[in-house]
Design a protein around this ligand. Sequence first.
Ligand code: SF4
Length: 61
Amino acid sequence: MEVRVNDECSACGVCEDICPEVFELGDEKAEVKVNPVPAEYEEQVREAAEECPTESIEITE
Ligand code: SF4
């Protein structure tokens, strides 16, 4: 799984709360710390994508 955060991100911090191992808030948007996503975090990344209020988290399987 690969994941990216697009420019619609509002830097709300929800993804970092759900999976801080993969997402980290930068100055203006969330950054992805590790790609491809380690298998043990895939479920949390999917949850973050579902919870993201701006639908900014794009997953490629
Ligand atoms: S949950 Fe979505 S809008 Fe919020 S920081 Fe993460 S990518 Fe950005």
